[in-house]
Design a protein around this ligand. Structure first.
Ligand code: ADP
Ligand code: MG
Ligand code: ZN
Length: 624
């Protein structure tokens, strides 16, 4: 049992004991503490009309009020000696009619009646505890349904979610359409022996619509949606997580075709053997069971497992193997067009003033996720409603924006034009350098939409075989890595920390070339570093195999190489300054640029259908 629930049980018992003692205390208050001699005195004064001795209490009825009462109840430490001592008095007063009745209830050591009250109390306590725990269990999954998977069937609010409700993720939807088609008509696929993936991993930061998308797949296909959160598996006793997994898959198979959705799979799917301390074995058991279940169902069982995470890097590699979550769909923060579409989706059930331009809203919300945008519109609607206005105005949206930005964590999300310009310039620098370097891969995509902790990104075809690099390739890679920094230095005369990662990687590459691969004339074909494995440009521990005499030379040669790369990069970028400015303008307008748009720009062709608006210039005018 977890500490919390143990604690609350103790709390309940404590509260109960308090209540009981209070109740008993009330009974005690009902007793009139007469001393033994006072009782005897009452008898001697012929005041007692009747009495009952029960256990160690005597209850007296009096002829005249005593202390304002005609009925007294007081403790009697030793009823037997009381009886012996008073017996003659009792006999006498009964005879002369003073004492009308008396009773000594049998004081048996054990009577079934004695047990009833305590039993009732214990029973009530147990019942109360049980009820309390059950109600907690319903809230948080404790105690009850130990091994049952706590799942949500269908759509909780009863509303069917379809692809219509998810905007700005067209490519992702297209990819998921295949799954939808399969779930709609599994036979069509199995007949021709097509293999449909068991599992699909939705990867992306929080609020980008992973859960929504998974629901939409179920909605589109019209199948059951079993959803569970990874953390539900791990909060319980040893063995329970595994049994929940088993139960989940059993349920799904019964109602197939169905989708199992495991949210936050990283909570249960962490790399094995990486945990520290407690709860670790339990997690491994659960993960193992998940692996077994995913292997266990055949391709035509009609069950597809979707899972969501924002930390795919910490997942156990076994989860990602073929037959398990072997497909990934990346969902990033939406770009300006995506944001506009998402805003439109969430504006569907709201009345907007004619002056509201969602395009402008989309533009000023760089870095906002779908959840942020939905929240923004909702805040604005609340503001309108509070003022009893039937429609939502641009001013409401502005105010909502202010409110959201006042929250601590979002402030950094919205960046000013200047910031965006630096990022655009940085990325343009990388891209143009890459374009001009024959050994470098073509640019696939450039974006200034922040992802994770990087401000922008330039993607190119990933290098597939690191061990096959030539000296020239490595040198040109360094040049490309420096592109961002060099562009900043050349065109705004100041440099930012945004390039620190680039410079890190470039420096490691340069050091590898000089000291590891023997690619430097001054030092000869000698490897001065030793690591069993060769990973270029990565962080790893290397043992040095050189004397202090060489240490200086290595550093010097690394610096020379970097300087050479820097000069080469500057030369390339200066030549294409006009292109860089065009790319910056395009990025400030559209936030991302496709590979083909980039090539069109470099070849002085028209860039797509989009018009160029030079934000750069207007920004400079206002800033300076
Ligand atoms: P995640 O699971 O990735 O953290 P959710 O799917 O829970 O994100 O998204 C939270 C909410 O944000 C959704 O319910 C929806 O209202 C909104 N949202 C997120 N992404 C989108 C999108 N692409 N289109 C429309 N709404 C979105
Ligand atoms: Mg989610
Ligand atoms: Zn960079």
């Amino acid at each position: 049992m977890k500490k919390r629930s143990l604690f609350s049980v103790l709390l309940y018992v404590g509260v109960l004991a308090l209540v009981l003692s209070l109740v008993l205390g009330l009974f005690n208050l009902g007793q009139d503490d007469l001393t033994y001699s006072q009782i005897v005195e009452l008898f001697n004064k012929e005041q007692v009309k009747s009495f009952v001795v029960e256990e160690q209490t005597i209850t007296l009825r009096l002829h005249n009020n005593y202390n304002g009462k005609d009925k007294l109840s007081c403790p009697l430490a030793d009823p037997e000696s009381f009886r012996q001592e008073m017996w003659s008095t009792i006999q006498e007063q009964t005879k002369n009619g003073v004492l009308e009745s008396y009773d000594f209830l049998p004081q048996e050591g054990f009577s079934p009646y004695d047990l009833i009250l305590p039993l009732l109390i214990v029973g009530a306590v147990l019942l109360l505890l049980w009820v309390l725990l059950m109600s907690r269990a319903n809230n948080s999954g404790h105690m009850a349904n130990f091994g049952k998977a706590r799942t949500v069937m269908g759509v909780p609010d009863g509303k069917k979610v379809t692809f219509e409700d998810v905007a700005g993720v067209d490519e992702e939807k297209a990819e998921l359409q295949e799954i939808v088609d399969f779930l709609k008509d599994p036979e069509k696929f199995t007949k021709i022996g097509a293999r449909i993936p068991h599992g699909l991993l939705l990867v992306g930061p929080p609020g980008t619509g992973k859960t929504l998308l998974a629901r939409a797949v179920a909605g589109e296909a019209g199948v059951q949606f079993l959803s569970i959160s990874g953390s539900d598996f791990v909060e319980m006793y040893v063995g329970v997580g595994a049994s929940r997994v088993r139960d989940l898959f059993e349920q799904a198979k019964k109602i197939a075709p169905a989708i199992i959705f495991i949210d936050e799979i990283d909570a249960v799917g962490r790399k094995r053997g990486s945990g520290l301390g407690g709860g670790h074995d339990e997690k491994e058991q659960t993960l193992n069971q998940l692996l077994v279940e995913m292997d266990g169902f055949s391709h035509n069982s009609g069950v597809i497992v979707l899972a969501a995470t924002n930390r795919p890097d910490i997942l156990d590699p076994a989860l990602l193997r073929p037959g398990r979550f072997d497909r990934r769909i990346h969902i990033g923060a939406p770009d300006v067009k995506g944001r506009e579409e998402i805003l439109k989706v969430h504006a569907r059930n709201k009345k907007l003033d004619a002056g509201v331009d969602l395009r402008i809203v989309a533009r000023s919300t760089v870095g906002f996720t779908g959840a942020d945008l939905s929240n923004l519109l909702n805040e604005a609607a609340i503001m309108a409603a509070r003022d009893n206005r039937p429609v939502l105005t641009m001013e409401d949206l502005n105010n909502a924006m202010m409110k959201i930005l006042a929250g601590p964590e979002k402030r950094s999300r919205v960046r000013n034009r200047r910031d965006l310009h630096v990022t655009a310039l940085h990325e343009a620098g990388h891209a143009v350098a890459m374009y001009n370097l024959p050994t470098q891969d073509p640019v696939l995509h450039i974006t200034i939409v922040p992802r994770g902790n990087s401000l922008g990104a330039t993607w190119h075809v990933p290098r597939d075989d690191a061990s096959n690099l030539t000296r020239n390739q490595m040198f040109e890679e360094i040049v490309a890595l420096l592109g961002g920094r060099v562009a900043e230095a050349l065109f705004i005369g100041d440099i930012s920390v945004g390039a620190s990662n680039d410079i890190d990687r470039a420096s490691k590459l340069a050091r590898d070339m000089v000291a590891h691969y023997g690619m430097c004339e001054a030092l000869g074909t000698v490897s001065y570093l030793d690591d069993g494995e060769v990973f270029i440009g990565r962080d790893y521990q290397m043992t040095k195999r050189y004397s202090e005499q060489f240490a200086g030379t290595i550093d010097e040669q690394v610096k020379q190489l970097m300087d050479k790369a820097y000069a080469r990069c500057a030369e390339l970028l200066k030549k294409d300054e006009d292109k860089i400015n065009k790319i910056i303008a395009f990025l400030l307008e559209h936030e991302s640029m496709s590979g083909s748009q980039f090539v069109a720009c470099m070849e002085d062709r028209e860039i797509g259908e989009a018009e160029l608006v030079s934000m750069f210039q207007t920004d400079e005018e206002t800033e300076e």
